[in-house]
Design a protein around this ligand. Structure first.
Ligand code: KG4
Ligand code: ZN
Length: 340
């Protein structure tokens, strides 16, 4: 049987990415980030759409070249249908449709959240990987989403709890912005926290029952704390940057750990994965590894390059949808909001 080649395209936010997968093995994953947003402290949708327009052709071209796969041998094109910024999604979806039409091959619409969760199945050539067994719990933590999913099978998953306001990545980014740090703040806080004292400052710990999350109170508590401290000492942030970062990170990570622990107790599932941009956080990874020993969890942490937005995760999701015959027609439209 001929190999199955899936071209994946991701353009939901501010990264343009294309990837090629052969029979479930990743051959290439090319990304173009967008520097234009740095000065704005967040993603500017209008600028993101324009940058996707600039990047999409060279990124796809590069992904095909690196994979060594001729475009005539592509079996189907998978693209991110949503959720995300509508203008950004439209660039990727229109491109995917046009290319699929011109090559006479099927189109596969992919949910971005499902793609983050299935990033745990990405394998590079020659890589032997310990992938999750079903059912598993996945803590999906990114700049736009924070939720716990119960994954029954590749394409069957339900949300057990989600944030009622800000996402965990948003909490990192917004607090970093208050500290005058560049966007995205999550990785910067992570780095600063390495040499900071996590016990130095105490911020309001969100208290939400069950498996839902809330991070907006923490952001407000952080903001008010800094406002008061700066009145006393205008150099407060400069002098305490690392301790502030470590103390903030500690609260966010402990909330995430508490909820995933709760979900495991409630469902009896001890197969646990993390996904999304915040899954790259070193303290979260360390805490998860420590918890795994005490609680006999099997844990799954994706490579850092597949935690933030990327097309490899879209391509692997497209691969499983292709195997299941779950294809889309040319009239499929991108959706800014798109539940699983
Ligand atoms: O998954 P992603 O690339 O985009 C969304 O779908 O939202 O996640 C981006 C988020 C940003 O909020 C960023 O600050 C956060 O992931 N992030 C981190 C780290 N690396 C990325 N947060 C904490 N620690 C990190 N090391
Ligand atoms: Zn994402």
């Amino acid at each position: 049987m001929a190999a199955i080649h899936i071209l994946g395209i991701e353009s939901s936010c501010d990264d343009t990415s294309a990837a090629v997968i052969r029979d479930g093995v990743l051959l290439s994953n090319v990304m173009a980030g967008q520097e234009v947003h740095r000065n704005y402290g967040g993603v500017v949708p209008e600028l993101a759409s324009r940058a996707h327009q600039q990047h999409i052709v060279p990124v796809v071209d590069q992904a095909l070249k690196q994979s060594g796969v001729n475009k005539k041998d592509i079996s189907a094109i998978a693209f991110t249908q949503g959720p995300g910024l509508l203008g950004s999604l439209m660039v990727g979806s229109a491109f995917a449709k046009g290319l699929a039409l011109s090559l006479g091959i099927p189109l596969i619409a992919v949910n971005h959240l499902m793609a983050h969760v299935l990033a745990l199945f990405l394998r590079e050539p020659g890589e032997k990987k310990n992938v999750p067994g079903f059912p598993y719990l996945c803590l999906l933590v990114s700049g736009g989403h924070t939720q716990i999913m119960q994954v029954e099978d590749y394409l069957r998953m339900t949300t057990l709890g989600r944030t009622i306001d800000d996402a965990a990545g948003e909490a990192f980014d917004k607090c970093a912005k208050v500290m005058g740090l560049p966007y995205p703040g999550g990785p910067v806080i992570d780095k600063l926290a390495e040499t900071g004292d996590p016990e130095r400052f105490a911020f309001a710990r969100p208290k939400i029952a069950g498996l839902d999350f809330s991070f907006s109170g923490l952001k407000t508590s952080f903001l008010y704390f800094l406002r008061d401290a700066l009145k006393e000492d205008p150099g407060f942030i400069e002098k305490n940057r690392n301790d502030l970062a470590a103390s903030l990170q500690k609260v966010i990570v402990s909330v995430l750990m508490e909820k995933i622990g709760h979900a495991s107790r409630e469902t009896g599932i001890r197969e646990i994965g993390i996904a999304g941009g915040v899954a790259a956080n070193s303290d979260l990874q360390k805490s998860l590894k420590e918890a795994a020993v005490g609680k006999s969890w099997h844990i799954h942490i994706p490579h850092a390059r597949y935690t933030t937005d990327n097309a490899a995760m879209v391509a692997i999701t497209g691969y499983y949808k292709f195997l299941a015959g779950d294809l889309s027609s040319q009239d499929v439209i991108p959706m800014a909001r798109m539940p699983l």
